[in-house]
Design a protein around this ligand. Structure first.
Ligand code: CAA
Length: 240
C-alpha cells in the first residue's frame, strides 16, 4: 500500500500545495485543517484528498484524531507539520495572549503531533517528519518576537528528535520558507510587503509549490540519510 502522509494545515496556503504534491507523487494524504470548513471541503473535492478538522494546539485532539486516522488508514509514515498562525505586533504592544497563542499553535503543537505519530513510526521502524519553520526563525523580523521564537524553537526540537529517532529509521527535518504568496503574506500591509520584497534577492515571493517540492524531497527515499537538517527555501532572503 502507498505510504500515508498527514499534513497539518493542509488545505490552504503552503500546506495545500504540500498535500497536492504528495498526492501527485502517489502518497495517501490526509490534510488536517482547523476552522475553515468551506475551504477544506472545496479542497477535498478538487484534489481527492481526505480532510479532517482538529486544533493542533490541543494535545488531546491531536492524540484522538491521529489514533482514529491510524485505526482507519493504518500507520502514519509521513508527518508534515505545517499548521501555524501569526499574531504580529511589536513586543512593547503585544498582549500576552498573542504570545501564548503563537507558541501554543506553532511550537507546542510540534510536541503534540510528533508524540501522536512516534509510537507507530517506532514500531514500524520507519518515519519521515518534516516541520515547517520560517526564514524569520533565522533572520528575525520586526513585529514577530512570538513567531520567530516559535519557529526557531522548531529547529532545536527537530535536531533533538532527529538524534532520538535515527536508529529507528525516522528522519526529522525542517523546511524554512521565505515569504510565500499565500493569504498569510497577503495580509501584510502593502507598503511593508513592498519593502520586504525589495530585500529578496530573487525579487519576488515564493510560490507555495516551490516549498512543497522541498518537502517532497525530504520525505522521499532519496533523502533517507538526511536528518536534523533545515532546508532553506527563501529566494536568498537570509543572505540579504
Ligand atoms: N520591514 C521594514 N519596515 C518595517 C517592517 C518590515 N518588515 N515592519 C515594520 N516596519 C516599519 C514600518 O514601515 C513603520 O515605519 P514608518 O514609521 O517609517 O512608517 C514602522 O516600522 C512601524 O510599523 P507600523 O506602523 O506598521 O507599526 P504597527 O504597530 O502599526 O504594526 C506590525 C506593526 C503589525 C508588526 C506591522 O509592522 C507588520 O505587519 N509588519 C510585518 C511583519 C511581518 O513581516 N510579518 C510576516 C507575516 S508572514 C509570515 O510570518 C510567514 C513567514 O514565515 C515569512
Amino acid at each position: 500500500m502507498n505510504k500515508l502522509a498527514v499534513v497539518t494545515g493542509g488545505t490552504r496556503g503552503i500546506g495545500a500545495a504540500i498535500s497536492q504534491d504528495l498526492k501527485a507523487k502517489g502518497y495517501r494524504v490526509i490534510a488536517n485543517y482547523h476552522t475553515n470548513h468551506e475551504a477544506a471541503q472545496n479542497f477535498a473535492a478538487q484534489h481527492d484528498v481526505v480532510v479532517q478538522s482538529w486544533d493542533v494546539s490541543d494535545a488531546k485532539a491531536c492524540q484522538d484524531h491521529m489514533q482514529q486516522i491510524q485505526k482507519e488508514h493504518g500507520p502514519t509514515e509521513i508527518l508534515v507539520h505545517n499548521a501555524g498562525i501569526t499574531r504580529d505586533g511589536f513586543l512593547h504592544k503585544m498582549p500576552v495572549y498573542n504570545w501564548q497563542a503563537v507558541i501554543q499553535t506553532n511550537l507546542n503543537s510540534c510536541f503534540h503531533m510528533a508524540q501522536a505519530v512516534l509510537e507507530s513510526m517506532r514500531e514500524n521502524n520507519f518515519g519521515r517528519i518534516v516541520l515547517i519553520s520560517s526564514v524569520n526563525a533565522l533572520k528575525g523580523q520586526r513585529g514577530q518576537t512570538n513567531y520567530c521564537a516559535a519557529k526557531a524553537g522548531i529547529i532545536g526540537f527537530a535536531k533533538a528528535l532527529a538524534l532520538e529517532s535515527a536508529l529507528k529509521n525516522i528522519t526529522v527535518n525542517v523546511v524554512a520558507p521565505g515569504y510565500v504568496d499565500t493569504e498569510m503574506v497577503q495580509a501584510i500591509s502593502q507598503p511593508i510587503l513592498e519593502k520586504i520584497i525589495q530585500q529578496i534577492p530573487k525579487g519576488r515571493l515564493a510560490q507555495a509549490n516551490e516549498i512543497a517540492h522541498a518537502v517532497g524531497f525530504l520525505v522521499s527515499d532519496a533523502a533517507a540519510y538526511i536528518t536534523g537538517e533545515t532546508l532553506n527555501v527563501n529566494g536568498g532572503l537570509y543572505l540579504s
